[in-house]
Design a protein around this ligand. Structure first.
Ligand code: AMP
Ligand code: ZN
Length: 113
């Protein structure tokens, strides 16, 4: 079975895409846990954060810049938002193609669950 997010990138599986360029795609999470819940996914398949290479540094920065831009677009920049990267099962990673969660539109507690 091919990676679900690679299939979304190739448009083999539909998604509510809010942003796309040559480096990343961003779409709505299918099971949102906040009023705004977007996933920022690199075009490059990287399984987990453990597989990151030094040459991916720019990519990670780009994903965060994309989240910042989308937060502004969604009007949550000022009230605040949360960015989450889960690594492996212990942290709740279920799709093994790295993705940045952009969560907003409600109050978040700390520490996270
Ligand atoms: P994680 O648990 O960090 O690996 O996050 C995976 C996220 O992908 C979860 O929040 C899921 O709800 C979301 N997800 C799973 N399948 C889809 C899909 N087909 N389209 C959009 N989001 C999905
Ligand atoms: Zn993939």
């Amino acid at each position: 079975m091919e990676c679900l997010f690679c299939q979304i990138l190739k448009e083999e599986i539909p998604a509510k895409v809010v942003y796309r360029d040559d480096v990343v795609i961003a779409f709505e999470d299918i099971h949102p846990i906040a009023p705004i819940h977007l996933l920022i996914v690199p075009q490059k398949h990287i399984g987990t954060l453990n597989n990151l290479m030094p040459e991916d540094n720019e990519l990670i920065g780009y994903m965060i810049q994309t989240a910042k831009m989308l937060a502004l677009e969604k009007n949550i920049s000022e009230e605040g938002y949360r960015l989450v990267l889960n690594c492996n099962a212990g942290a709740g990673q279920t799709i093994f193609h790295i993705h940045l969660h952009l969560l907003g539109g409600r109050q978040f507690s700390w520490p996270p669950g």
